[in-house]
Design a protein around this ligand. Structure first.
Ligand code: CUA
Length: 333
């Protein structure tokens, strides 16, 4: 390889490497763990990468040595020894060591085994096409409630999820905290996680579930216990905003047939609960930023943003009414 082409490659690497490295951090990265299970998985990956790297370098070293060595015949005994050590003993030892390590790791990745939390005390998450229904259990005098597309958790406390699906198979995965676990219609899977850092994380659906699979995500907000308790109390007590034109139109145009604003509208369970919708960061389960303009876009034609969404288009509603409804939703703090 000429010096020029080596310089060229090095130049490209200098441009690409910072992007590769910064790609490891962030709110949706298994390489930047913020939970105990994610940390265990991360350590396993590091061990595998380093081990794989050492083996790769050894093989390349042997290959280079073999290419440079002067050709001469091997004795039958020497060749047999090479095969026995390099082809049998070495892989057996390495694979056995990895097996022991992963078996030792398993209990800390699935710590709920043998430590059952009763079903009523778990957070229930139900996969829908293409959003997430979330039900919090009652706790310490605070009633249970339903919300959607956002999960909030107290930092440093183990939580247990009951995972189900209503229509097709989805998969629950919060890369920064751990996981993943399939959500299968007709059965309940259990997953436990221990968040260790506060922050906001993104969780994508991890099983192809239809045309908008890539537009099905939720946010995870890990908070201090006090802030979490305040949020929980606020959620449980519903929302009664000042009567507005938008609120009247929300009922008039039939939005209440599918969406609940607990405390204001009758309970309707078909679409996502919107009680404190303005506190969420996204519209359409992780698809758009939660702004008034985006809420209007979504109401006018959900399928244009999220193909296959079950919510029908409301493009027959006058733009002024859509703007008023979007203003009402943006005020649901
Ligand atoms: Cu739900 Cu993919």
């Amino acid at each position: 390889m000429s010096i020029q082409s080596e310089r060229k490659i090095f130049g490209h690497l200098q441009v690409v490497l910072p992007f590769l490295v910064t790609g490891c951090a962030g709110r949706q990265s298994a390489l930047d763990p913020a939970g105990q299970e994610a940390a265990e998985v991360y350590h396993l990956s590091v061990v595998m990468v380093i081990g794989g790297g050492i083996i790769w370098l050894t093989v390349i070293g042997l290959l280079t040595h073999a290419c440079r060595r002067r050709r001469s015949a091997w004795s039958e005994e020497g060749a047999g020894r090479l095969i026995a050590w390099g082809g049998v003993a070495f892989p057996v030892i390495v694979l056995f060591a990895l097996l022991v390590y992963t078996i030792w790791l398993m209990p800390s990745i699935r710590p709920w085994l043998g430590r059952a939390v009763a079903e009523p005390d778990r957070i229930q998450v139900i996969g829908e096409q293409f959003w997430w229904r979330v039900r919090y259990p009652a706790e310490e005098g605070v009633a249970g409630f339903e919300t959607a597309n956002e999960i909030r958790l107290p930092v440093g406390e183990r939580v247990v999820f009951s995972l189900r699906a209503d229509d097709v198979i989805h998969s629950f995965w919060i890369p920064s905290l751990g996981g993943k676990m399939d959500m299968i219609p007709g059965r309940t899977n259990v997953l436990s996680l221990l968040p260790t850092k506060t922050g906001v994380f993104r969780a994508p659906c991890a099983e192809f579930c239809g045309v908008s699979h890539a537009y099905m995500a939720f946010s995870v907000v890990v908070m201090e216990r006090d802030a979490f308790d305040d949020w929980r109390r606020k959620q449980a007590s519903g929302n009664r905003p000042e009567g507005s034109k938008g609120e009247r139109l929300f009922t008039h145009h039939g939005c209440v047939g599918c969406h609940s604003v607990r405390g204001t509208t009758p309970i309707a369970g078909l679409g996502p609960d919107l009680t404190h919708f303005a506190d969420r960061s996204t519209v359409g389960a992780g698809t758009l930023a939660n702004t008034r303009k985006n809420i209007e876009r979504f109401i006018r034609d959900p399928s244009a943003i999220k193909p296959g969404a079950k919510m029908p288009a409301f493009d027959m509603v006058p733009p002024g009414d859509i703007a008023a409804i979007s203003g009402y939703l943006a005020g649901l703090r």
